[in-house]
Design a protein around this ligand. Structure first.
Ligand SMILES: Cc1cc2nc3c(=O)[nH]c(=O)nc-3n(C[C@H](O)[C@H](O)[C@H](O)COP(=O)(O)OP(=O)(O)OC[C@H]3O[C@@H](n4cnc5c(N)ncnc54)[C@H](O)[C@@H]3O)c2cc1C
Length: 289
């Protein structure tokens, strides 16, 4: 494993910093004592890899799918793009203020070609990386490193509860899909509470609907400002903000058998965690992305 150059650290407080990642990886590798045979991953947590933008698709006024394909020239060509559902990658940006990174979570898209990945991105008017996304051209080069984040749901829990806000759905969708589509051994019930601003913001709507056909998954949407009077697919859509009572109704009688995964803005994570604490769910059974 090649050590990163000191200059690879952009000194902008990235989490995780490339130098810390290298140390952690080195310790892991030394402990393992051998390199995984055969597989050459297109991504690396300790150095940047070039991917070109191959497609951009509008979902609503501010959210887009962006698809990237491996385009680096290395001696050892990669043969896989290896990451676990729910993990994230860091994209490097450069602007007049300097270098910086932002995290994005790849979502499973069956149509993706080999060594290709797709992220669901919300663009903010004043966001630094958002400005770069807005001007990205198909064929344009970008630099990514990863994957990061180690979380796997514990199937010992009978009820896996996912609570998402906005693009926070990305890691949760990746995990839910993996559980219900690929993991036949999982006998847990999977519930998603999805909190959105309006109906246009029900991201990955077709994908969630499709997952709804699996016996162990269903979802409810909480929409602050429901502007469509019918649910597109007879989904359960509540025209209100999710409250303590909504979660209480679901977890009643299930305490001790529930694991909760929360993903959204920092404020959302804090608010929902407070509700979960009040419900009496043990902190070790709660994971905030
Ligand atoms: C582990 C992890 C995974 C992530 N995965 C994704 C993902 O899959 N898709 C995705 O779109 N984002 C994801 N994010 C968020 C992403 O990393 C950036 O923070 C986001 O794209 C904004 O970056 P920016 O540089 O455009 O905005 P910044 O320059 O960081 O922010 C500038 C301004 O934009 C606005 N803004 C930025 N973030 C928010 C917010 N969350 N809510 C409201 N206003 C905001 C605010 O006005 C803020 O002052 C993830 C973050 C983490 C930590």
């Amino acid at each position: 494993m090649e050590p990163p150059d000191e200059a690879d650290c952009c000194n902008s407080g990235c989490n995780p910093c490339i130098l810390d990642v290298y140390e952690a990886q080195l310790r892991k590798y030394q402990k393992l004592g051998r390199e995984k045979s055969g597989a050459v991953n297109a991504l690396n947590p300790t150095s940047y890899t070039v991917f070109v933008l191959t497609g951009r698709k509008k979902i609503n006024e501010s959210v887009f799918f962006y698809t990237f394909k491996y385009a680096d020239c290395r001696e050892r060509q990669p043969n896989c793009l290896d990451y676990k559902p729910g993990q994230y990658f860091l994209l490097r940006g450069r602007d007049p203020q300097g270098e910086f990174t932002r995290a994005y979570t790849p979502i499973p898209v069956p149509q993706n070609a080999s060594l290709e990945f797709t992220v669901l991105v919300r663009l903010y008017d004043t966001g630094r990386m958002s400005q770069l996304f807005k001007t990205m051209q198909v064929g344009g080069e970008t630099s990514w490193r990863g994957p990061y984040g180690e979380f796997a749901p514990d199937y010992a829990h009978k009820f896996l509860v996912f609570i998402a806000q906005g693009t926070g759905i990305a890691p949760l969708y990746a995990l839910i899909r993996d559980i219900v589509v690929h993991n036949e051994e999982c006998e847990s019930f999977v519930k998603l509470f999805f909190c959105v601003r309006n109906c246009d913001d029900i991201l990955l709507r077709d994908e969630l609907y499709e997952l709804g056909s699996f016996w162990n998954f269903n979802y409810e949407v909480f929409c602050n400002n429901c502007d469509q009077n019918v649910a597109k697919y007879h989904e359960t859509i509540h025209n209100k903000k999710m409250s303590f009572c909504d979660l209480e109704n679901y977890v009643q009688g299930k305490l001790g058998q529930v694991q909760v995964m929360i993903s959204g803005s920092e404020t959302f994570g804090r608010e929902i965690k407070e509700i979960i604490d009040r419900l009496g769910i043990e902190s070790s059974h709660v994971y905030v992305f």
